[in-house]
Ligand binder design. Structure first.
Ligand SMILES: Nc1ncnc2c1ncn2[C@@H]1O[C@H](COP(=O)(O)OP(=O)(O)O)[C@@H](O)[C@H]1O
Ligand SMILES: [Mg+2]
Length: 235
């Protein structure tokens, strides 16, 4: 793909969020969490979202990934309204457009790396004969092809998180949503995870939104935001 084409495409936002709000209701009443978040994300951007614990960072990420409904506002992905999709269309979006990476990896412990990566492919109805190449390609991007047949519970913490990144990549998502992906890693492994993310967004196809407490992680992102009192501000 030519550079000019990538540049032209990058002019169009992937994500456009306006006046997004979210409150939770519990036995004691209503807890407002997001109070009018505005955000625009383009392919190839790498965004950090920081903010105090409980400020709603995970909530925002989950809404962007359609894992949680918003209370009000507008969310467009490639120009399409996301908040009024049918359940089937939401599931399709999660399967094909989004890659999730969480702090705790959430791998199937007794399954191999291969099986962990095959799961989202099966879920996305990718043909059986297509799967090995897709799995290998994703593992190569995090330098873990040699671990393909290892059980997940034999891996180190850093390797586990890299497998989780490969799993997020396997369906070739347009956005990766990562919730404190380096939270449980030492510095060296945290660096490695960020290097992989940088290489992934450098292709220009994918955007990354990473929730983090780590100023060093944020410093490697192209834009840094703070979520406080339900409002998202760019630093
Ligand atoms: N399912 C829920 N029901 C009620 N309150 C919730 C729920 N999930 C999160 N919250 C509350 O919403 C606020 C934001 O949570 P969260 O998005 O997890 O924050 P962060 O990721 O920034 O730490 C917190 O006060 C949390 O207790
Ligand atoms: Mg959180």
């Amino acid at each position: 793909m030519s550079k000019e084409f990538v540049a032209a495409r990058n002019d169009r936002p992937l994500i456009q969020v306006t006046r997004l709000s979210k409150h939770y209701s519990n036995g004691h009443g209503v807890i407002p969490v997001l109070r009018g978040v505005n955000l625009e994300v383009r392919p190839g951007e790498m965004l950090a979202v920081m903010g105090p614990s409980g400020s709603g960072k995970s909530t925002l990420l989950f809404i962007l990934g359609l894992l949680l409904p918003a209370s009000s506002g507008n969310y467009q992905f490639m120009g399409q309204n996301m908040l009024d999709l049918s359940r089937a269309a939401q599931a399709e979006f999660r399967r094909r457009r989004v890659g999730f990476v969480f702090q705790n990896c959430d791998l199937f412990e007794n399954s191999t790396v291969y099986e962990n990566l095959e799961f989202p492919l099966v879920y996305a109805k990718v043909e059986r004969q297509e799967r090995p190449a897709r799995i290998l390609a994703a593992l190569e991007r995090v330098n873990l092809a040699h671990r393909i047949h290892h059980p997940a519970n034999y891996l180190s913490g850093g390797e586990r998180q890299r497998v989780a990144i490969a799993r997020a990549l396997v369906n070739q998502p347009l956005v990766i949503l990562a919730d404190e992906p380096t939270g449980h890693l030492d510095r060296a492994n945290g660096h490695m995870v960020m290097e992989h993310f940088e290489q992934i967004v450098a292709t220009g196809d994918t955007a990354l939104i990473v929730v983090t407490h780590d100023a060093e992680v944020a410093s490697r992102c192209t834009r840094v935001f703070s979520l406080e009192d339900g409002i998202l501000n760019e630093n």
